[in-house]
Design a protein around this ligand. Structure first.
Ligand SMILES: *Cc1c(COP(=O)(O)O)cnc(C)c1O
Length: 436
């Protein structure tokens, strides 16, 4: 396949080759990024991209759905099993669309939604004013306690009592600690609100049982499929049977047209991968690596928001180091360490040049790195911070990074052994008789 691309469009081919080299020759610490397996990559680059499948299995608006119906049902069944949910919608194009669909399933435009503010670690789509979520709905935002970096559940409950939102959103994009979804569920119940939980970042930790699942405590659970869950880029909604029809209608025809069947196919593969002891071991290692990285950063005198991490990510408060987040992120990038600058709770600096750096361990763990390597990476970060204006040191760190990367090849042929492998499909599974 890649040869055809090389012949037809050598320029794009060359750019893909360069991106591949970049991903292989860098330590990727952006906590929302990962490397997918060869199997997921193949499924998402398959002929399923050619197929329109508006509607749902058994209820489509185009013919020729003999195969797509089977694939989508498989993806739904695997998602339901993995997350122990009654209903799964695997069609959302991304986490952002999944969130909007969840809100529109349970609330009308103009009603109040309450989510975590962006500068406190919430996602844009949790009601931030520039997004559709903040414009379609009346958005009330809660924050973390700036002294502890953690949720103050009593204050969130007070805010909910005051504003009586239709929807309370739990979940975050830059929160390094365990989230008590049960308490969020209780706050919602006590104030007559629906509880929507967005586990985009931690879905992989949830399926591995390392982070408590919100499924028993939320009306709808929203997630991406490509972060710790290690699938293709996409979104997913899980809910109890009572909300199933509203959720499905909100996705299609509410917000989307035809589902991206190639993505949905790859999601099915990723779900099978996540349903293995190997994946559970992976997710456990992600957290061990994050804790080791945090520990070593603390030893180097870094301040971490909330003092450490329970999950896959770390938020560094750089104020005592006198290096702005953006300047550090750019210097690290030159040293082949890829991260993102981020606001810290109650950041005194402006959002386009904030005081924090966000890092995480999902991608390095997929490559096979362990605690010792995480600690080594903390050392690299410290060296760049201490020599932020010395290009020669930054270049030297880059060479050390390359050496470390060379010991952990990118999982281009990354195959997770599948002990649940059911073998080939049987006639009774619904193969199309006239095709074969
Ligand atoms: C990443 C993320 C999303 C958005 O996902 P996209 O696929 O980028 O649209 C939504 N919510 C949270 C909490 C996220 O971290």
């Amino acid at each position: 396949m890649i040869t055809a691309l090389e012949q037809y469009d050598p320029q794009i081919y060359e750019l893909i080759r360069q991106e591949k080299a970049r991903q292989s020759g860098a330590i990727r610490l952006i906590p929302s990024e990962n490397y997918v397996s060869r199997a997921v990559m193949l499924a998402s680059g398959s002929c399923l991209t050619n197929k329109y499948a508006e509607g749902y299995p058994g209820r489509r608006y185009y013919e020729g759905q003999q195969v797509t119906d089977l694939i989508e049902r498989m993806a739904q069944d695997r998602a339901k099993k993995l997350f122990k949910a009654d209903h799964a919608n695997v069609q959302p194009y991304s986490g952002s669309v999944a969130n909007l669909a969840a809100y529109l399933a349970l609330a009308k435009p103009g009603e109040t939604i309450m989510g975590l503010a962006l500068p406190h670690g919430g996602h844009l789509t949790h009601g931030w004013r520039v997004t559709a979520s903040g414009r379609i709905f009346n958005s009330v935002q809660y924050g973390v306690n700036p002294d502890t970096g953690r949720f103050d559940y009593d204050r969130i409950a007070e805010l909910a009592k005051k504003h009586r939102p239709r929807i309370i959103i739990s979940g975050a994009t830059a929160y390094p600690r365990e989230i008590d979804f049960e308490v969020f569920g209780r706050i919602a119940r006590d104030t007559g609100a629906y509880h929507i939980s967005d586990i985009a970042h931690i879905a992989g930790l949830v399926v591995a049982g390392i982070h408590k699942s919100p499924v028993p405590y939320a009306d709808i659970v929203s997630t991406t499929t490509h972060k710790t869950l290690r699938g293709p880029r996409g979104g997913m909604l899980l809910c109890r049977t009572e909300h199933a029809e509203k959720v499905d209608k909100a996705v299609f025809p509410g917000l989307q047209g035809g589902p991206h069947m190639h993505t949905l196919t790859a999601i099915a593969v990723a779900m099978a991968e996540a349903d293995t002891p190997e994946f559970i071991a992976y997710a456990k290692q992600v957290v061990k690596n994050a804790k080791a990285l945090a520990e070593k950063l603390l030893e180097h005198g870094f301040n971490l928001v909330s003092g450490g991490t329970d999950n896959h990510l770390i938020l560094i408060d750089l104020r005592n180091k006198n290096v702005p987040g953006k300047k550090l992120a750019k210097a690290l990038d030159r040293a082949r360490i890829v991260s993102n600058y981020n606001t810290i709770p109650n950041d005194p600096a402006p959002p386009f040049n904030p005081s924090g750096l966000r890092i995480g361990t999902p991608a390095i763990t997929t490559r096979g790195m362990k605690q010792d390597h995480a600690k080594q990476i903390a050392g690299f970060i410290n060296k760049v911070v201490e020599n932020i204006d010395d290009e020669s040191v930054i270049e030297k760190v880059g060479k050390e990074v390359l050496l470390l990367c060379s010991q952990f090849p990118v999982p281009d042929h990354f195959i997770i052994p599948n002990k649940n492998n059911p073998g080939p499909l049987q006639d009774s599974d619904g193969l199309i008789p006239w095709l074969f």
